[in-house]
Design a protein around this ligand. Sequence first.
Ligand code: GRF
Length: 188
Amino acid sequence: MTKIAIFASGSGSNFESIMNAIEEGKLQNIEVTALYTDKANAYCIERARKFNLDVHINELKNFDSKADYERKIIEWLTAEKVEWIILAGYMKLIGEHILNAYDRRILNIHPSLLPKYKGKDAVGQAFESGDTVTGSTVHYVDSGMDTGEIIEQGTCPIYKEDTKAQLEERIKAIEHQLYPEVISKIIQ
Ligand code: GRF
């Protein structure tokens, strides 16, 4: 069994798709030790309860520095013998402490065809761009914002009549397939 930790800050639909893939046997030999979140009221916490999964809530505002905040996270990761970190809508840059401890063992999913539309509101950036195709990217995490080596992408059309919400939903549907598949390939 390879132990992974999933980091999320928001809704957690990608987190849930990974948990479902494990339950359904599509993602094998992987154990999620806990959900790690930096938001005490994030909906991903509710989702974790459904799976009886431990949740670590760690808010930056309770620490003097990002380094101290990350040291706390590393304490938990070490205690749980976590081998890989999976970012699923985690809204903070990973700092040097965690990066050093988990070099090339952190994955992220980003809702654009990187290197296009890095950073915040990637779906909105694509929606406004006039592009007819977008998608999602799974990549390794480095110290930059969505700059790490690309592993795999899934694509979908942008239709003229789309609302941003419809586009968001189409991209999420791709992500829920793509992320568990890539995790399975890369981690095993
Ligand atoms: C996803 O679109 C992911 O690509 C991005 O943040 C979003 C998280 O959505 N990094 P959810 O919380 O998994 O629903």
